[in-house]
Design a protein around this ligand. Sequence first.
Ligand code: BTX
Length: 324
Amino acid sequence: STNLAEIIRILKEADGKPVSGEELGERLGVSRAMVWKYISSLKEGGYEIESSPKTGYILKVVPDMLYPEEIKDGLNTTLIGNNIFYFAELESTNSFAKEMAKEAEEGTVVIAESQKKGRGRLGRNWQSPKGGVNLSVILKPNIPLDHAARLTLMTGLAAANTIRSLGLDARIKWPNDVLIKDKKVCGILTEVDAEMEQVDYIIIGIGINANVNVDDFPPGIRENATSLQKELGTEVNRVEFVQKLLYEIEQQYIKFKTQEFSAILSEWINLSDTIGKNVTIMTPSKMVEGKAIGITDTGAISVRTKDGKRVNLIAGRCVYTRTR
Ligand code: BTX
C-alpha cells in the first residue's frame, strides 16, 4: 500500500534517528493506532523496526525481499515497473501476467520470490527457488507478430548488460540464454498474443539465478547452471539488481521503438556467444547443422550448412556441436 511505502520512505530518510508515531500519523493523515498497525505489518514482512514509546520508531534492517515498495524506491524508469504485482510464491509469473495482460497497463511487472511451476520454453521447466529473480513484464508494442522475436533478443541483451554491470562476463546464447563461462544463469520466455498478425501484448518472463545454490538443482540441470552468487562469491543485492534490470529493459525498449533494430542487434552480436560457433538448431520439424554466421533483422539465426547453403531459423533449440 502507498501508506506502507510512505512509512518506509520516512523511516529511511530519518537515517537511524527515531520518528515518533505522532509525526508519522500526521504526515500520513492517519491515527497513531493506525500507524502502529502499519508498523506491525512491516515487522511481519521482515522489517526490523525498533520502537520506543518515548522517542519513536527506528528502521534497523530492511529484509532481503523484492517488495514493490523497495523496488520502486530508487527505480529510474518511467514506464516499466509503475505497477508491480508481488507474490511470495506463485505458480508462474508468466501465467499470472497472461491472465491479466489484456487489462493491464503496459510496463506492468509481476514478481514472485519463488515459483512452483516456473516455465521454460516448449513445456520445459524453470527451477525457481527463493533467492532467484523471477519476473514478467507486460509490453504492448504496436508491431507485427513477426517482429516479436526481436523482443526476446532485446531482453537477453538487457539481462546480459545488467549482469555485466556486476563485473561478470555474461554472454548471450541464441535465442534466449544468458551464460557465464558457458553456464546458464538466466533464461527468457517470451509469450505473445496476437490478433490479425498484430501483437496485442507480449509477456517477457525472465528468470535469473541470483542468490541460489545451483547444487540444489536436479542432476542434468545443475551441471549446466550457475548463479550470480556463485560467480561473485557473495550475495547480490536483488532489489538493486531488479532496479537495474528494469531500467535496462526500458532503455532497450525505447531504442526498440525509436531506432532501427540494427542498433540493438549490433550490441547483441557483440555479446553473442553463438556467432561463429558450430551449432545444431532443432525445431519441431527439422534439424539444421552448420556454422552460426549471423542474426537476421527479424531475430532469426543464420546457419551456413556443410553444402554451403544459408538457412535462417526464427526459433528452435540451439546446441553447440563439438568438432571432432
Ligand atoms: P528454456 O526452455 O530455454 O530452458 C529450460 C531448461 O533449462 C530446462 O529444461 C533445464 O534443463 C534448464 N533449467 C531449468 N531451470 C534452470 C535454472 N534455474 N537455471 C539454469 N538452467 C535451468 C528458459 O527456458 C526460459 C525460462 C524463463 C523463466 C522465467 S521466470 C519468470 C517467468 N515465469 C515463468 O514461468 N517463466 C519465466
